[in-house]
Design a protein around this ligand. Structure first.
Ligand code: G6P
Length: 442
């Protein structure tokens, strides 16, 4: 029997990446059925993506069936793998996440600061519903979650959802490893990076090529700006020698928001005043992409997709499915339960870490205590994530305010309040849990 894969958010412009990933790996990961599932407002996009997927598969000559549906329960029945790439509220909600904080003088970003917290508020209840459905309809399936904020959402699913076969994935560690291999002129398979931390807050502690430690050489490349990890959606300011020497780990591009807050905010504001928010830029890229996708001659992933920050994410998802299916026991970087791998963090916290991938799921590799240089900040970020999940579930504005207070990009008791109020109002349609009077009394 072949493998059945369900893509929740199948109408996403990123889907051709996944289709390409399945075609490339067919020999080791024989997917026989792909169901693209979406919601009613995504019908038109879903139809375009389904047609393109059909053409891509036809070109490959592989016996993969692809279909689309708006009926999630029907799609999930008997699935082996489910991947999620949804955006509750669409790019319009993302634009609010980016614009409102900027207006209040804070970083406006879809996974960091107030924007990331609100994206979690909108997303967690929706994915918990999916968790219940999977538990009932495909209890053995693995849920590969790409939906942002991926770390927070994965933790909410593992702590509060009935379905426990859940792994969170991000393209950032994957891209960091690829760029490192490129700058060292070696095949990426020979490179391993010891990743420690949280999603979009991960550090590369050590870099090995064929088992030999090359960390210092890579740090040098960062200092001389020969190496830059920033994807399309994040500013690229570069790092000072002093910072790199003191921290002595590879920062990920999102760290710029935390360690270069003033400069990032300035750059983001300038970019916003000229081009609008990233959401608005992405809307434009999407228009071009969907136009290209409609070309009946197109039967492969178009190059324009690389203009998106999540480019190459499918490699991470497909390699993961391949390793679970084949019980490979190889090492991949995932968002999974800590289980003591980082001794300073709760055992049930979700961390971004290297893990051995088996058919039973990921087994995180021990990191030990966090380096003193970044320990406090990582613990604060985790605490903020926990508060975010608490607020997403309770719908209490007091809990939401606490999450804002503990977020290093907000952390201002007076200015946090009007920001929170405006965001709650702007997103009200997507936040039913915050509308109940009951929740506000707790
Ligand atoms: C990065 C992040 C993803 C995020 C993406 C946004 O790659 O790791 O989590 O979804 O960028 O890209 P976009 O093109 O939508 O701005």
């Amino acid at each position: 029997m072949g493998i059945k894969v369900v893509i929740i958010g199948g109408g996403s412009s990123y889907t051709p990446e996944l289709i390409e990933g399945f075609i490339k790996r067919y020999e080791s990961l024989p997917v026989s059925e792909i169901i693209l599932c979406d919601i009613e407002s995504g019908t038109a996009k879903l139809a375009i993506i389904t047609r393109l997927a059909e053409r891509m598969i036809h070109r490959s000559g592989l016996p993969i069936r692809v279909s689309s549906t708006l009926n999630r329960r029907h799609a999930l029945e008997g699935a082996d793998f489910v991947s999620t790439q949804i955006r509750v509220g669409g790019l319009e909600a993302r634009a609010l996440d980016e614009r409102i904080p900027l207006k209040h003088g804070f970083i406006g970003q879809e996974t960091n600061g107030a924007g990331g917290i609100f994206k979690a508020f909108r997303t967690i209840p929706v994915l918990l519903e999916l968790s219940k459905e999977m538990h009932e309809l495909c209890p053995d399936a693995w849920l590969i979650n790409f939906t942002n904020p991926a770390g927070i959402v994965t933790e909410a699913l593992l702590k509060h959802g009935p379905h426990q076969n859940v792994i969170g994935v991000c393209n950032i560690p994957f891209n960091m490893r690829n760029s490192t291999a490129e700058v060292l002129h070696v095949d990426v398979k020979r490179v391993s990076i010891e990743f420690i931390g949280l999603n979009h807050f991960v550090f590369g502690r050590r870099v090995f090529v064929d088992g030999s430690d090359r960390t210092q050489e890579v740090m040098q490349r960062l200092m001389t700006k020969q190496l830059d990890f920033s994807p399309a959606n994040i500013v690229s300011l570069g790092w000072s020698d002093a910072f790199l020497q003191a921290v002595n780990m590879l920062p990920n591009p999102y760290h710029q928001y935390y360690f270069q807050t003033t400069e990032t905010l300035k750059k983001d504001l300038a970019a916003y005043n000229t081009n609008g928010t990233r959401a608005e830029i992405v809307q434009e890229v999407e228009r071009t992409l969907f136009e290209a996708y409609q070309d009946e001659q197109l039967d492969e992933k178009p190059a324009e997709l690389e203009l998106r920050g999540g480019a190459y994410y499918s490699d991470a998802a497909c390699s993961l499915m391949d390793s679970i299916y084949n019980n490979r026991g190889d090492v991949q970087t995932v968002n999974t339960l800590n289980r003591g791998a980082i001794s300073d963090l709760p055992v049930d916290a979700v961390i971004e870490v290297n893990a051995v991938i088996t058919k039973e799921g990921p087994l995180p590799i021990t990191v030990g205590p966090l380096p003193l240089s970044v320990k406090g900040l990582i613990m604060q970020m985790k605490q903020m994530e926990e508060l975010t999940i608490q607020a997403a579930l309770s719908g209490s504005t007091k809990d939401a305010y606490l999450a804002f207070l503990m977020n290093p990009l907000i952390q201002d008791e007076k200015r946090a309040q009007p920001l929170l109020e405006e965001m709650l109002l702007a997103h009200a349609a997507w936040l039913p849990q915050f509308q109940s009077k009951e929740a506000q009394r707790t």
